[in-house]
Design a protein around this ligand. Structure first.
Ligand code: MCU
Length: 390
């Protein structure tokens, strides 16, 4: 204890020149965000203060800025790691115990492990997986609705997250679920469960697909993000969905989503009828996952916004490319099937991403996966160009 107080003090008094430079290069993350109307997708290569994103270090800082804006305007606060997180594995039930500020909660997740000696990779699946998880990969099923209830608009502030942080906490359900994913990984890091915490995927379909996208964006320990048919609030961009709605499509928009459920923070209400004033959009949400693996599966159901998801994810792929990891993201839409049923035609794409990011097969070919029946010219939605970030 004595040393942990004295040493940081000494360190700051004897900083060598290179360390000083490193400190100065630290990110300054703003606490207020632009709300200037802009019907084009915001430029991920310019900071909110107008400075250009030129280097990888800048890009890392820009990701922090994007994350902060998304939390502030859309999702609500994401609490830091609680003071105590412990866990136990009994049979297939993983119990996670969390204490913070004199309050405690527990929640469970069920683990299905591959046979053989681990540690094994695993996919955290909200409400169970709607895509096929191979036998070599475990599944950790989380009842995300127990963490933050998502029955309808009346579910605000309900669930274990809110038992811990209070029913008035600003979090919407999506970011509360992401918090729970982080706590599961905390436990996988400290308890010998036979699951490798460095090879974790996250998935969910539809509303839970939105959740998977958010968890991948906000938890850097997630190695592979697999949102399925997430549509509006996930792989779709608010602005493209609004332009599709204006063109007469039956598509979910920000103004509708806030009336349906509690996925977003109450703070999002202020933007619901003017999503064009948001500081960010979901091409940048997807880009928060970079450089980690992201493969977004979609469907051509109008409500999900096929043009919006394709345009948004195509833009995100171009961002991945600009920051030097073009093969680490893909998107795929095969239409004409039931919502959340996984078409066999997408199996090779799923397999390639799982092989590369969860089974560590570096030769797995995840290059150039851009499939959609919606033809989209992204220059219609952007008024900036993609630099190459050195
Ligand atoms: C695509 O996800 C949602 C959609 O946002 C809702 O408007 C609709 O009611 O439900 C979808 C869903 O979760 O279906 C299972």
């Amino acid at each position: 204890m004595k040393y942990s107080i004295v040493l940081p003090f000494l360190a700051t008094t004897v900083l060598s020149a290179p360390l000083v430079q490193e400190r100065q290069a630290d990110c300054t993350v703003p606490t207020s965000f632009p709300t200037t109307a802009n019907s084009k997708l915001p430029n991920p290569f310019v900071f909110f203060n107008g400075n250009k994103v030129a280097t990888q270090a800048d890009w890392t800082c820009k990701q922090k800025e994007i994350a902060a804006a998304l939390l502030s305007q859309e999702l609500g606060d994401l609490p830091a790691k609680p003071s105590t997180v412990t866990g136990t594995l009994s049979g297939s039930t993983l119990t996670i115990n969390v204490s913070q500020g004199g309050k405690s909660i527990s929640f469970t997740a069920s683990i299905k492990k591959p046979s053989g000696t681990g540690p094994h990779p695993a996919i955290i699946a909200y409400g169970g997986a709607s895509l096929p998880v191979p036998a070599t990969v475990g599944t950790i099923t989380l009842d995300n609705g127990a963490i933050a209830v998502q029955n309808d608009k009346g579910s605000r502030g309900k669930g274990k997250f809110f038992d811990l942080y209070g029913s008035g906490h600003s979090a919407g359900a999506l970011i509360a679920w992401s918090w729970a994913v982080s706590r599961i990984i905390d436990v996988l890091e400290t308890v010998d469960t036979g699951i490798d915490p460095k090879r974790i995927g996250v998935t969910g379909c539809s509303r839970n697909g939105k959740g998977a996208m958010i968890a991948g964006a906000f938890e850097p320990r997630v190695a592979l993000t697999l949102p399925q048919e997430s549509g509006s609030g996930g792989a779709a961009c608010w602005r493209i969905s609004d332009s599709e709605k204006a063109a007469g499509k039956n598509i979910q928009t920000a103004s509708q989503i806030v009336t349906e459920n509690v996925w977003f923070s109450p703070n999002f209400q202020a933007f619901s009828s003017k999503a064009n004033t948001l500081a960010t959009d979901h091409h940048e949400l997807a880009a928060l996952v970079a450089p980690r693996g992201l493969m977004a599966f979609e469907n051509n159901i109008d409500w999900l916004g096929p043009v919006s998801t394709a345009g948004c994810m195509k833009t995100a792929r171009a961002i991945y490319k600009a920051v030097g990891v073009p093969d680490n993201m893909g998107y795929s839409m095969i239409g004409g099937h039931n919502h959340c049923s996984f078409p066999s035609g997408q199996q090779p794409e799923l397999t390639a991403f799982i092989n590369k990011f969860l089974l560590n097969q570096s030769s797995a070919n995840t290059a150039g996966i851009e499939r959609s029946t919606a033809t989209v010219d992204i220059t219609k939605y952007i008024d900036w160009t993609f630099p190459t970030i050195a």
